[in-house]
Design a protein around this ligand. Sequence first.
Ligand code: CO
Length: 420
Amino acid sequence: MDLSVDADRLRADLEANAAFGRIADDDPEKCGRTNLTGTEANRAARDRLVERFEDAGLEVAVDAVGNLVGTWVPDSADPDAAPVASGSHLDSVPNGGIFDGPLGVYAALEAVRAMRDAGVEPARPVAVASFTEEEGATFGNGLLGSSVATGVTEPDEALALENDAGETLDEALERIGYRGGEAIDPASWEAFYELHVEQDTVLEEAGADAGVVTTITGITHCEATIEGEANHAGATAMGERTDALAAASEFVLDVEAAANEVVDKSSDSAVGTVGSLSVSPNATNVVPGRVDAGVDVRDVNTESMETIVDAARDSLARIGRERGVETRFERPFDVAPAPMSDRIRDAAHAAAETAGLTAIDLHSGAAHDAMRVAAVTDSSLLFAPSRDGISHSPREWTDWADCAAATAVLAGAVARAATE
Ligand code: CO
Protein backbone atom coordinates (compact mmCIF):
# COMPACT_ATOMS: atom_id res chain seq x y z
CA MET A 1 0.00 0.00 0.00
CA ASP A 2 1.63 3.19 -1.19
CA LEU A 3 0.36 6.07 0.89
CA SER A 4 1.75 9.50 0.51
CA VAL A 5 0.95 12.10 3.10
CA ASP A 6 0.64 15.63 1.72
CA ALA A 7 3.00 17.51 4.05
CA ASP A 8 1.93 20.93 2.74
CA ARG A 9 -1.77 20.21 3.20
CA LEU A 10 -1.13 19.02 6.76
CA ARG A 11 0.99 22.08 7.51
CA ALA A 12 -1.64 24.43 6.10
CA ASP A 13 -4.27 22.85 8.38
CA LEU A 14 -2.06 23.12 11.46
CA GLU A 15 -1.10 26.71 10.69
CA ALA A 16 -4.71 27.69 10.13
CA ASN A 17 -5.67 26.08 13.43
CA ALA A 18 -2.77 27.81 15.20
CA ALA A 19 -4.31 31.18 14.32
CA PHE A 20 -7.22 30.58 16.71
CA GLY A 21 -6.11 32.01 20.04
CA ARG A 22 -2.69 32.79 18.62
CA ILE A 23 0.09 34.16 20.83
CA ALA A 24 2.31 36.07 18.42
CA ASP A 25 6.11 36.18 18.50
CA ASP A 26 8.69 37.54 16.06
CA ASP A 27 10.03 34.02 15.73
CA PRO A 28 7.38 31.96 13.87
CA GLU A 29 8.53 28.88 15.77
CA LYS A 30 7.65 30.48 19.10
CA CYS A 31 4.05 31.42 18.36
CA GLY A 32 1.81 29.61 20.81
CA ARG A 33 -1.92 29.55 21.33
CA THR A 34 -4.52 29.70 24.04
CA ASN A 35 -7.54 27.71 22.97
CA LEU A 36 -9.85 27.10 25.91
CA THR A 37 -13.12 25.19 25.74
CA GLY A 38 -16.08 27.45 25.10
CA THR A 39 -14.12 30.50 23.94
CA GLU A 40 -14.44 32.21 20.56
CA ALA A 41 -11.07 30.74 19.59
CA ASN A 42 -12.40 27.30 20.43
CA ARG A 43 -15.54 27.89 18.37
CA ALA A 44 -13.43 29.02 15.41
CA ALA A 45 -11.12 25.99 15.65
CA ARG A 46 -14.14 23.67 15.76
CA ASP A 47 -15.85 25.46 12.87
CA ARG A 48 -12.77 25.05 10.73
CA LEU A 49 -12.41 21.38 11.58
CA VAL A 50 -16.04 20.76 10.62
CA GLU A 51 -15.43 22.63 7.37
CA ARG A 52 -12.39 20.47 6.64
CA PHE A 53 -14.37 17.31 7.51
CA GLU A 54 -17.03 18.39 5.02
CA ASP A 55 -14.42 19.27 2.35
CA ALA A 56 -13.10 15.72 2.72
CA GLY A 57 -16.58 14.20 2.46
CA LEU A 58 -16.81 13.05 6.08
CA GLU A 59 -20.10 12.71 7.94
CA VAL A 60 -19.98 14.94 11.03
CA ALA A 61 -21.34 14.04 14.46
CA VAL A 62 -21.29 16.09 17.67
CA ASP A 63 -22.18 14.52 21.02
CA ALA A 64 -23.59 16.04 24.20
CA VAL A 65 -20.24 17.31 25.45
CA GLY A 66 -19.05 18.62 22.09
CA ASN A 67 -16.86 15.70 21.05
CA LEU A 68 -16.60 15.88 17.27
CA VAL A 69 -16.25 12.95 14.91
CA GLY A 70 -16.01 12.97 11.12
CA THR A 71 -16.53 9.58 9.47
CA TRP A 72 -15.46 8.51 6.01
CA VAL A 73 -17.69 5.75 4.67
CA PRO A 74 -16.21 4.85 1.29
CA ASP A 75 -18.13 2.69 -1.20
CA SER A 76 -15.76 -0.19 -0.47
CA ALA A 77 -16.71 -0.22 3.22
CA ASP A 78 -19.48 -2.05 5.00
CA PRO A 79 -21.21 0.97 6.57
CA ASP A 80 -22.19 -1.15 9.56
CA ALA A 81 -18.67 -2.40 10.24
CA ALA A 82 -16.88 -1.04 13.30
CA PRO A 83 -14.88 2.03 12.21
CA VAL A 84 -11.18 2.49 12.74
CA ALA A 85 -10.75 5.83 14.50
CA SER A 86 -7.93 8.21 15.17
CA GLY A 87 -7.73 11.68 16.61
CA SER A 88 -6.82 13.82 19.60
CA HIS A 89 -7.97 17.24 20.88
CA LEU A 90 -8.13 20.89 19.77
CA ASP A 91 -8.15 22.64 23.16
CA SER A 92 -4.90 23.84 24.76
CA VAL A 93 -3.56 24.96 28.09
CA PRO A 94 -3.22 28.74 28.53
CA ASN A 95 -0.10 29.80 26.59
CA GLY A 96 0.21 26.37 25.03
CA GLY A 97 1.77 25.16 21.83
CA ILE A 98 0.28 24.71 18.38
CA PHE A 99 0.94 20.96 17.98
CA ASP A 100 -0.25 19.45 21.27
CA GLY A 101 -3.62 18.03 20.25
CA PRO A 102 -4.19 19.54 16.78
CA LEU A 103 -1.40 17.42 15.25
CA GLY A 104 -3.34 14.27 16.17
CA VAL A 105 -6.64 15.61 14.87
CA TYR A 106 -5.34 16.94 11.55
CA ALA A 107 -2.96 14.00 11.04
CA ALA A 108 -5.98 11.71 11.40
CA LEU A 109 -7.80 13.75 8.76
CA GLU A 110 -4.71 13.73 6.54
CA ALA A 111 -4.57 9.94 6.91
CA VAL A 112 -8.10 9.71 5.49
CA ARG A 113 -7.24 12.05 2.61
CA ALA A 114 -4.01 10.15 1.88
CA MET A 115 -5.91 6.86 1.79
CA ARG A 116 -8.48 8.28 -0.59
CA ASP A 117 -5.81 9.89 -2.81
CA ALA A 118 -3.97 6.56 -2.99
CA GLY A 119 -7.11 4.68 -3.95
CA VAL A 120 -7.12 2.59 -0.78
CA GLU A 121 -10.39 0.69 -0.43
CA PRO A 122 -11.13 0.23 3.26
CA ALA A 123 -13.44 -2.56 4.33
CA ARG A 124 -14.70 -0.46 7.23
CA PRO A 125 -15.41 3.23 7.86
CA VAL A 126 -12.60 5.47 9.07
CA ALA A 127 -13.36 8.05 11.75
CA VAL A 128 -11.52 11.19 12.85
CA ALA A 129 -12.16 12.28 16.43
CA SER A 130 -11.62 15.50 18.34
CA PHE A 131 -12.31 15.20 22.05
CA THR A 132 -13.50 18.13 24.16
CA GLU A 133 -11.46 19.61 27.02
CA GLU A 134 -8.54 17.19 27.07
CA GLU A 135 -6.35 19.63 28.96
CA GLY A 136 -8.78 20.38 31.77
CA ALA A 137 -7.80 24.05 31.66
CA THR A 138 -11.36 25.30 31.93
CA PHE A 139 -13.73 22.52 33.08
CA GLY A 140 -12.63 19.69 35.34
CA ASN A 141 -9.49 17.66 35.55
CA GLY A 142 -8.78 16.84 31.92
CA LEU A 143 -9.61 13.98 29.54
CA LEU A 144 -13.18 15.21 29.93
CA GLY A 145 -14.63 14.46 26.50
CA SER A 146 -13.03 11.03 26.27
CA SER A 147 -14.14 10.25 29.83
CA VAL A 148 -17.75 10.93 28.88
CA ALA A 149 -17.52 9.07 25.56
CA THR A 150 -16.07 6.00 27.29
CA GLY A 151 -18.59 6.02 30.13
CA VAL A 152 -16.24 7.01 32.96
CA THR A 153 -18.09 10.28 33.52
CA GLU A 154 -21.84 10.83 33.11
CA PRO A 155 -22.71 13.46 30.49
CA ASP A 156 -24.84 15.38 33.01
CA GLU A 157 -22.01 15.49 35.50
CA ALA A 158 -19.65 16.89 32.84
CA LEU A 159 -22.19 19.38 31.52
CA ALA A 160 -22.71 20.76 35.03
CA LEU A 161 -19.01 21.60 35.48
CA GLU A 162 -18.38 25.34 35.67
CA ASN A 163 -15.62 27.59 34.42
CA ASP A 164 -14.18 30.41 36.54
CA ALA A 165 -16.95 32.73 35.36
CA GLY A 166 -19.60 30.34 36.71
CA GLU A 167 -20.77 29.27 33.27
CA THR A 168 -21.50 25.55 32.90
CA LEU A 169 -20.00 23.41 30.15
CA ASP A 170 -23.57 22.94 28.94
CA GLU A 171 -24.06 26.71 28.56
CA ALA A 172 -20.62 27.26 27.04
CA LEU A 173 -21.11 24.58 24.39
CA GLU A 174 -24.61 25.84 23.63
CA ARG A 175 -23.21 29.35 23.19
CA ILE A 176 -20.54 28.26 20.70
CA GLY A 177 -22.89 25.90 18.87
CA TYR A 178 -21.37 22.56 19.91
CA ARG A 179 -23.89 21.20 22.42
CA GLY A 180 -24.73 18.21 20.26
CA GLY A 181 -26.88 15.20 20.88
CA GLU A 182 -25.49 12.43 18.72
CA ALA A 183 -23.93 9.33 20.22
CA ILE A 184 -20.16 8.97 19.96
CA ASP A 185 -19.14 5.64 21.42
CA PRO A 186 -15.48 4.57 21.21
CA ALA A 187 -16.53 1.09 22.41
CA SER A 188 -18.02 0.65 18.93
CA TRP A 189 -14.67 1.40 17.26
CA GLU A 190 -12.52 -1.41 15.91
CA ALA A 191 -9.42 0.41 17.11
CA PHE A 192 -8.21 3.89 18.02
CA TYR A 193 -4.93 5.60 17.20
CA GLU A 194 -3.83 8.90 18.68
CA LEU A 195 -0.80 10.73 17.30
CA HIS A 196 0.62 13.31 19.70
CA VAL A 197 3.82 15.25 20.18
CA GLU A 198 6.15 13.42 22.55
CA GLN A 199 6.68 16.28 25.06
CA ASP A 200 10.03 14.69 25.93
CA THR A 201 13.36 14.11 24.19
CA VAL A 202 13.52 10.33 23.74
CA LEU A 203 12.77 10.43 19.99
CA GLU A 204 15.02 13.42 19.41
CA GLU A 205 17.93 11.71 21.17
CA ALA A 206 17.35 8.46 19.31
CA GLY A 207 16.93 10.25 15.97
CA ALA A 208 13.68 8.31 15.45
CA ASP A 209 10.79 9.45 13.25
CA ALA A 210 8.05 8.17 15.50
CA GLY A 211 7.38 6.60 18.88
CA VAL A 212 5.02 3.74 19.61
CA VAL A 213 3.84 3.98 23.19
CA THR A 214 3.85 0.79 25.24
CA THR A 215 2.05 2.14 28.33
CA ILE A 216 0.60 5.51 29.29
CA THR A 217 1.46 6.26 32.88
CA GLY A 218 -1.25 6.39 35.47
CA ILE A 219 -1.93 9.70 37.18
CA THR A 220 -3.17 10.52 40.61
CA HIS A 221 -3.88 13.97 41.94
CA CYS A 222 -3.99 14.42 45.70
CA GLU A 223 -4.92 17.48 47.69
CA ALA A 224 -3.22 18.03 51.03
CA THR A 225 -4.57 20.68 53.37
CA ILE A 226 -2.57 21.93 56.33
CA GLU A 227 -4.17 24.23 58.86
CA GLY A 228 -2.14 26.02 61.47
CA GLU A 229 -2.82 29.40 62.98
CA ALA A 230 -2.38 32.72 61.21
CA ASN A 231 -0.77 35.23 63.51
CA HIS A 232 1.33 38.38 63.63
CA ALA A 233 4.83 37.69 62.28
CA GLY A 234 6.35 40.19 64.69
CA ALA A 235 4.40 39.63 67.87
CA THR A 236 4.23 35.81 67.80
CA ALA A 237 7.32 34.19 69.35
CA MET A 238 8.87 31.29 67.47
CA GLY A 239 7.81 28.82 70.16
CA GLU A 240 4.16 29.90 69.94
CA ARG A 241 3.55 29.29 66.25
CA THR A 242 1.76 26.67 64.22
CA ASP A 243 3.09 27.73 60.84
CA ALA A 244 1.24 25.95 58.03
CA LEU A 245 3.78 26.86 55.35
CA ALA A 246 6.78 25.61 57.34
CA ALA A 247 4.83 22.37 57.81
CA ALA A 248 3.98 22.23 54.10
CA SER A 249 7.64 22.68 53.26
CA GLU A 250 8.46 19.42 55.03
CA PHE A 251 5.65 17.77 53.11
CA VAL A 252 7.01 18.98 49.75
CA LEU A 253 10.44 17.53 50.51
CA ASP A 254 8.94 14.27 51.77
CA VAL A 255 7.02 13.76 48.51
CA GLU A 256 10.18 14.41 46.53
CA ALA A 257 12.13 11.97 48.71
CA ALA A 258 9.42 9.30 48.38
CA ALA A 259 9.46 9.56 44.59
CA ASN A 260 13.28 9.45 44.52
CA GLU A 261 13.25 6.34 46.67
CA VAL A 262 10.84 4.55 44.34
CA VAL A 263 13.02 5.55 41.39
CA ASP A 264 16.12 4.16 43.13
CA LYS A 265 14.53 0.94 44.30
CA SER A 266 11.91 -0.21 41.84
CA SER A 267 10.69 1.98 39.00
CA ASP A 268 12.77 4.62 37.26
CA SER A 269 9.73 6.06 35.46
CA ALA A 270 7.96 7.06 38.70
CA VAL A 271 7.49 10.76 39.43
CA GLY A 272 5.98 12.68 42.33
CA THR A 273 5.43 16.44 42.31
CA VAL A 274 3.95 19.00 44.65
CA GLY A 275 3.01 21.33 41.83
CA SER A 276 0.85 23.85 43.61
CA LEU A 277 0.74 25.59 46.96
CA SER A 278 -1.89 28.03 47.97
CA VAL A 279 -0.84 29.94 51.07
CA SER A 280 -3.27 31.82 53.23
CA PRO A 281 -3.31 34.66 54.03
CA ASN A 282 -0.09 34.86 51.95
CA ALA A 283 1.24 38.06 53.49
CA THR A 284 4.87 38.72 54.38
CA ASN A 285 4.06 39.90 57.90
CA VAL A 286 1.69 37.07 58.83
CA VAL A 287 2.56 33.54 60.03
CA PRO A 288 0.85 31.34 57.41
CA GLY A 289 -2.41 29.88 58.67
CA ARG A 290 -3.33 27.51 55.92
CA VAL A 291 -1.75 25.81 52.92
CA ASP A 292 -3.44 23.77 50.19
CA ALA A 293 -0.95 21.63 48.31
CA GLY A 294 -1.62 19.84 45.02
CA VAL A 295 0.27 16.58 44.49
CA ASP A 296 0.71 14.80 41.15
CA VAL A 297 1.94 11.20 41.10
CA ARG A 298 2.53 9.13 37.95
CA ASP A 299 4.00 5.86 36.82
CA VAL A 300 3.55 2.98 34.41
CA ASN A 301 2.65 0.65 37.27
CA THR A 302 0.06 1.07 39.97
CA GLU A 303 2.20 -0.31 42.77
CA SER A 304 4.84 2.41 42.70
CA MET A 305 2.15 5.10 42.46
CA GLU A 306 0.53 3.68 45.60
CA THR A 307 3.89 3.66 47.38
CA ILE A 308 4.36 7.39 46.74
CA VAL A 309 0.77 8.26 47.64
CA ASP A 310 1.05 6.25 50.88
CA ALA A 311 4.31 8.00 51.73
CA ALA A 312 2.68 11.40 51.12
CA ARG A 313 -0.25 10.48 53.35
CA ASP A 314 2.06 9.19 56.09
CA SER A 315 4.22 12.30 55.85
CA LEU A 316 1.21 14.53 56.32
CA ALA A 317 0.05 12.56 59.35
CA ARG A 318 3.52 12.74 60.90
CA ILE A 319 3.74 16.49 60.29
CA GLY A 320 0.32 16.90 61.89
CA ARG A 321 1.45 15.07 65.01
CA GLU A 322 4.82 16.77 65.30
CA ARG A 323 3.78 20.32 64.47
CA GLY A 324 0.28 20.43 65.86
CA VAL A 325 -1.28 21.39 62.54
CA GLU A 326 -4.60 19.99 61.30
CA THR A 327 -4.26 18.01 58.10
CA ARG A 328 -6.53 16.55 55.43
CA PHE A 329 -5.60 14.34 52.49
CA GLU A 330 -7.86 13.73 49.52
CA ARG A 331 -7.42 11.96 46.21
CA PRO A 332 -9.91 13.47 43.74
CA PHE A 333 -8.40 12.26 40.47
CA ASP A 334 -7.13 8.84 39.59
CA VAL A 335 -6.38 7.26 36.23
CA ALA A 336 -4.78 3.82 36.21
CA PRO A 337 -1.78 3.14 33.94
CA ALA A 338 -3.00 2.09 30.49
CA PRO A 339 -1.08 -0.51 28.51
CA MET A 340 -1.55 0.06 24.77
CA SER A 341 -2.82 -2.70 22.48
CA ASP A 342 -0.04 -4.99 21.20
CA ARG A 343 -2.02 -5.80 18.07
CA ILE A 344 -2.27 -2.25 16.86
CA ARG A 345 1.21 -1.32 18.10
CA ASP A 346 2.48 -4.01 15.74
CA ALA A 347 0.49 -2.40 12.93
CA ALA A 348 2.21 0.91 13.66
CA HIS A 349 5.66 -0.68 13.55
CA ALA A 350 4.79 -2.40 10.29
CA ALA A 351 3.53 0.88 8.84
CA ALA A 352 6.77 2.64 9.80
CA GLU A 353 8.83 -0.10 8.18
CA THR A 354 6.82 0.06 4.96
CA ALA A 355 7.26 3.84 4.84
CA GLY A 356 11.02 3.51 5.43
CA LEU A 357 10.76 5.34 8.77
CA THR A 358 12.17 4.46 12.16
CA ALA A 359 9.80 3.92 15.05
CA ILE A 360 10.82 3.02 18.59
CA ASP A 361 8.94 1.85 21.68
CA LEU A 362 8.66 4.17 24.67
CA HIS A 363 6.22 4.99 27.46
CA SER A 364 4.19 8.15 27.90
CA GLY A 365 4.49 10.19 31.07
CA ALA A 366 1.58 12.41 30.09
CA ALA A 367 -2.09 11.44 30.03
CA HIS A 368 -3.89 11.35 26.70
CA ASP A 369 -7.39 10.58 25.48
CA ALA A 370 -6.03 7.26 24.15
CA MET A 371 -5.80 6.01 27.73
CA ARG A 372 -9.53 6.50 28.27
CA VAL A 373 -10.28 4.82 24.95
CA ALA A 374 -7.98 1.93 25.95
CA ALA A 375 -10.57 0.89 28.53
CA VAL A 376 -13.20 0.19 25.84
CA THR A 377 -11.35 -0.86 22.68
CA ASP A 378 -7.87 -1.51 21.31
CA SER A 379 -6.07 1.79 21.65
CA SER A 380 -2.64 3.03 20.68
CA LEU A 381 -0.60 6.18 21.05
CA LEU A 382 2.03 7.34 18.57
CA PHE A 383 4.51 10.14 19.15
CA ALA A 384 6.17 12.69 16.91
CA PRO A 385 9.46 14.25 18.10
CA SER A 386 9.30 17.41 20.24
CA ARG A 387 12.17 19.85 19.93
CA ASP A 388 14.02 19.90 23.28
CA GLY A 389 11.02 18.10 24.77
CA ILE A 390 9.23 21.40 25.38
CA SER A 391 5.43 21.53 25.50
CA HIS A 392 2.63 23.44 27.20
CA SER A 393 4.59 26.47 26.04
CA PRO A 394 4.63 28.71 22.96
CA ARG A 395 8.14 27.29 22.40
CA GLU A 396 6.71 23.84 21.72
CA TRP A 397 7.91 22.83 18.26
CA THR A 398 7.92 19.86 15.91
CA ASP A 399 9.50 20.34 12.49
CA TRP A 400 7.01 20.14 9.64
CA ALA A 401 8.92 17.22 8.12
CA ASP A 402 8.66 15.39 11.44
CA CYS A 403 4.90 16.07 11.56
CA ALA A 404 4.56 14.57 8.08
CA ALA A 405 6.72 11.53 8.87
CA ALA A 406 4.79 10.66 12.01
CA THR A 407 1.54 11.23 10.11
CA ALA A 408 2.73 8.75 7.47
CA VAL A 409 3.14 6.14 10.23
CA LEU A 410 -0.34 6.93 11.52
CA ALA A 411 -1.84 6.78 8.03
CA GLY A 412 -0.19 3.43 7.29
CA ALA A 413 -1.39 1.97 10.57
CA VAL A 414 -4.95 3.23 10.11
CA ALA A 415 -5.04 2.01 6.51
CA ARG A 416 -3.90 -1.45 7.61
CA ALA A 417 -6.52 -1.63 10.33
CA ALA A 418 -9.24 -0.36 7.98
CA THR A 419 -8.52 -2.73 5.11
CA GLU A 420 -8.14 -5.88 7.23
CO1 CO B 1 -2.38 16.91 24.33
